[in-house]
Design a protein around this ligand. Structure first.
Ligand code: M6R
Length: 369
């Protein structure tokens, strides 16, 4: 049942190209339109929206953080993202023109369910992004977009995360098309780029041997830090979460711009820091800023593990270890940059002799508060 893999997690990591493809199937027309009839929200409903709120927990929350960048850019609607466990006990400002997107692999996470009930009480429209057919969260939502990743058995979420990203992109692009705004031209190009993502994820998977070797070297580290900017920031958080839950190792993700406001004091001789570098093509400023962050931490003794696009030469002088990913537009890059971080955490945990699929103290779906 593990299909020849030692762990379900490895199998699920390997299934990601297919899973990403499944999330796209039937939702893109040849003309570049996004067809989301199944969400059960009419075009008029979507035109009436003036604000988007995303609620989720854990890895699904990181998908929501990425979605915020994409949705705000493509739709020009304000979009907030919040941990469901915080949102549900607040008094958020919502009304019938707010779209609340609840992201959940299992569809049973108690905090996310309570957040969506909280939103419905205030008449917000609720859309679920979910991987489990007929589960509670989609049943209680106004509409649902299923991710079709197939069952995810390992406690650590991998293929569900990538497909949540894809579903979020589809929602953002659909909103943009229906509302007919400024970035409509760009949307057409993004649709084509999305279709290329399964093969790019596949390409990343074929180059993971050096990451496995690196994992063995890092297995006894005291702590691993992760930095990123823009959509690389949630990827850094996701990399750190994977390492905590699987390797029981101290790991933390930071927005690279925040380093000098405190976290840089953590850097010591040999501290491994995984740096998620955005494409130099997309937003040159972002790229250059992170390169100077990498330079700074390296000058303070960090071992820099750099995840950067093919052809990005600027990182070469500052990378102790370099992991290449295929060229990808900035907003879609988390689909490729997350994969090496999953492999890294899985291999570190395995080297430390942990049960990768069933980490201590954790359950696959958190149905308690
Ligand atoms: O089923 P859900 O997507 O609602 O679960 C949310 C989190 O519990 C989940 O993503 C958790 O953080 C994973 N174990 C992370 O790998």
């Amino acid at each position: 049942e593990k299909g020849g893999y030692d762990y379900f997690m490895l199998k699920e990591i390997a299934e990601q190209p297919q899973a990403v493809a499944e999330t796209l199937i039937g939702r893109l027309t040849d003309a570049g339109e996004i067809m989301l009839d199944e969400v059960r929200l009419t075009d008029q409903d979507l035109r009436d929206i003036d604000k988007v709120f995303i609620v989720a927990c854990g890895t699904a929350y990181h998908a929501g953080m990425v979605a915020k960048y994409a949705i705000e850019h493509w739709t020009r609607l304000p979009c907030e993202v919040e941990l469901a466990s915080e949102f549900r006990y607040r008094d958020p400002v919502l009304d019938r023109s707010t779209l609340v997107v609840a992201i959940s692999q299992s569809g049973e996470t108690m905090d996310t369910l309570m957040a969506l009930r909280h939103a419905k009480e205030q008449k917000a429209r609720v859309l679920a992004i979910c991987n489990t057919n007929g589960s509670t969260i989609p049943r209680e939502s106004d509409g649902v977009l299923y991710t079709h990743a197939g069952p995810e058995i390992a406690v650590a979420s991998t293929k569900a995360f990538l497909t949540q990203l894809v579903a979020c992109y589809l929602v953002g692009l659909h909103l943009s098309q229906v509302r007919g705004i400024k970035y409509a031209d760009e949307v057409g190009a993004v649709v084509a780029q999305l279709q290329a993502m399964p093969s790019k994820v596949e390409e990343v998977l074929t180059t993971m041997e050096p990451v496995r070797e690196l994992a063995r070297e890092l297995a006894n580290s005291r702590s691993v830090l992760f930095i990123g900017r823009h959509v690389g920031y949630p990827v850094a958080l996701e990399g750190a979460l994977k390492l905590k839950e699987l390797a029981y190792m101290h790991a933390e993700g930071f927005a690279a711009g925040e380093l000098k406001h405190g976290p840089i004091a953590l850097i010591d001789e040999g501290t491994p820091v995984v740096c998620v570098v955005p494409s130099p093509a997309g937003r040159g400023v972002l790229h250059d800023k992170i390169v100077s962050n990498i330079q700074e931490i390296r000058a303070r003794g960090a071992r820099t593990i750099v995840i950067a696009e093919e052809g990005d030469e600027a990182v070469l002088p500052y990378a102790d270890d370099l992991v290449r990913v295929p060229r990808t537009p900035t907003l879609l890059a988390p689909l490729v940059t997350t994969v090496p971080l999953q492999v890294l955490a899985c291999e570190i945990a395995a080297s430390r002799g942990h049960d990768v699929d069933q980490p201590r103290n954790l359950a696959k779906s958190v149905t308690v508060e």
